[in-house]
Design a protein around this ligand. Sequence first.
Ligand code: C2E
Ligand code: CA
Ligand code: CA
Length: 654
Amino acid sequence: MRTDQRRPASVGRVFASFAAIMLVVVAAMGVLLGTSLRSGAEDRALSAARVRAQIIAASAIEPALDGHPAAADLAPTTIRALTTVTDQLTAESQVLRLRVRSPQGRVVFSDDGSGFTGEIDDEALEAAEGHVEAHLTRLNADDDDTGAVGPRAVEVYEPLHAGGSVIGVLELYVPYAPIAAEVQAGYKRLYRDLTIGLVALYLVLLGLTLTTTRRLRQSARGNAYLADHDPLTDLPNRRAFLRDLDEVAQDATQDGGAVAVIDMARFKTVNDSLGHHNGDALLLALGVRLRAAAGRDDLLARLGGDEFGIVLPTVRDDATAERVLRRVLRELGAPLLLSGIAIEPEASAGFAMIGVDGADATALLRRADIALSTAKARGAGVVRFDPEQDHYDPERLAMVGELGRAMAMDELVLHFQPKVCLDTGALVGAEALLRWQHPRHGLLYPDAFLPLAEQTGLIDPLTEWVLDHALGQVRSLGLPKHARMSVNISARNLGQQQFATRVLDALGRRGIESSRLVLELTETAVFADVQRATAVLEELSAAGVAISLDDFGQGQTSIGHLANLHVRELKIDRAYVRDMLTDDRHAAIVRSLIELAHNLALTVVAEGIEDDETREALRELGCDEGQGYGLARPMPAAAMIEWIKRHEVEQALR
Ligand code: C2E
Ligand code: CA
Ligand code: CA
């Protein structure tokens, strides 16, 4: 058994795009944190410089000033002390530049020894008022004269105090690089930790996404499975069945195949009397049996309720399909115990042949369903779809309307097939065979539309049309004087009011002697209602019309009836004639039918003679007349006229 499983939409792709999006987000986070850290590093460098300035102010400059305000007239001892401190600081590269300013911002001491310059700086003034500033600059940035740009430095102005009052301002240029390096060293670790953290975060997110997408995929698979399966039996449901059946039907490499619908009899009774619990148990058991009975390539489904579907893709003909299905029904029907009660499930099956009975899943299943109704009506068993059961086929319904019009629109034509004497080869008659020149479907043969006409009552006007036109052409075809025109009659026609009168009227209208008409009826037509048929046929034969029993050998004619039916001719069914040379049993049937006909003084005609050997064999058996492709195919009137002329010449030359 095959159960197709559809894959849910590619979950891998979903995962990949998730991973990419997360990578972008985490990277953006890293960049953001990195820049904010870097600006933090700058701030830290500035405040480190300020701390250094405070320390220098408190530990070196303020003691050097010794409580005197910084002014133009610094005592030489003070200058010396300041110079000593400054030299030491610059020597240690702690500062790049050191100036002492007065509380008014004027330079009173400078590391370059310039002494009092009187130059005022706003920043120094602000520092004296308590607004301490530190900012990043370059050593000679303010120095317009030098123009040269020095190393990066932090410029700090730090107020100098003594006894609680401001006695000056210390101006410092602290080298930036060493501080930054110190700060950076701290940050390097931070950066490393940050990077490790972010990578770890990314990996965790990745893992989370992977498990959720996996779970999603599983649940998508689960959903797809649930959507396609019947929860009770775990078999595919109708939806899945239709889809898979369509696939088989569309498969070009597929040849043949059948689809069947199986239905349990009296399931409702089990359900009602033993409870739903037992009803479910029965369905479950049937599902298991069906799986066991099905072949490896067969497709199964629970179509709903107590209906199961099965596709047999490997069967080639309806006989095999029927045999397989009978076996399946037998296996389903084995007794089983439900709540201690023995049940013998009984099932019916209807089937349709893929391609022959329909090309798509919906049509095929509908037709298998129609066949199932017939099977159920018969009690049980296996039934193949028969188009005649299908009254609701939209194509057929449309055709009914068109067929009604066809008669008026001159779309119907008659073809004629010669009937010859097997002994002399003389033309003894012609059979009129109906064709429908359909505007869209092309030339249609009777099989395609006659059953429809018979079901809808159109058959009466149709037969009247054929009778009228066939008789109308007896003369125009140039049929020899003694030759007859054979017209086929349907079973339904015999039920028509005054059928015999209508036939005789047609003969009268066309001015044809009744002895030149043969009416061909099938056995089944006659025996559908023997009494009625007998009455009609008696009237016709009394008037001189010959009655022929068509397709003889197929039905189950009681030989006793034959004598009373006013039949003049038997036509041996072409199924026996076709292979009488190779099939001994068929040859025996042909031989005995000929004998039977002769014993009853009936003319015997073999139809379906396809080759000279068969024709010769039949002649030797004493068969009177013959018809078939081997003698002449059915042909349109114009061709028939030519054929008759040619045939007459050939006969004369014999
Ligand atoms: P049928 O009465 O048995 O007609 C003979 C059928 O056998 C014709 O098929 C003919 O073409 C075919 N046939 C003739 N010789 C050979 C042969 O050597 N080999 C084979 N394989 N076939 C041969 P067609 O014309 O398709 O007609 C099919 C059936 O339709 C007829 O079977 C007849 O039952 C019915 N039918 C045809 N015309 C009419 C009609 O006007 N009214 C009614 N009621 N039935 C008709
Ligand atoms: Ca016939
Ligand atoms: Ca026939």
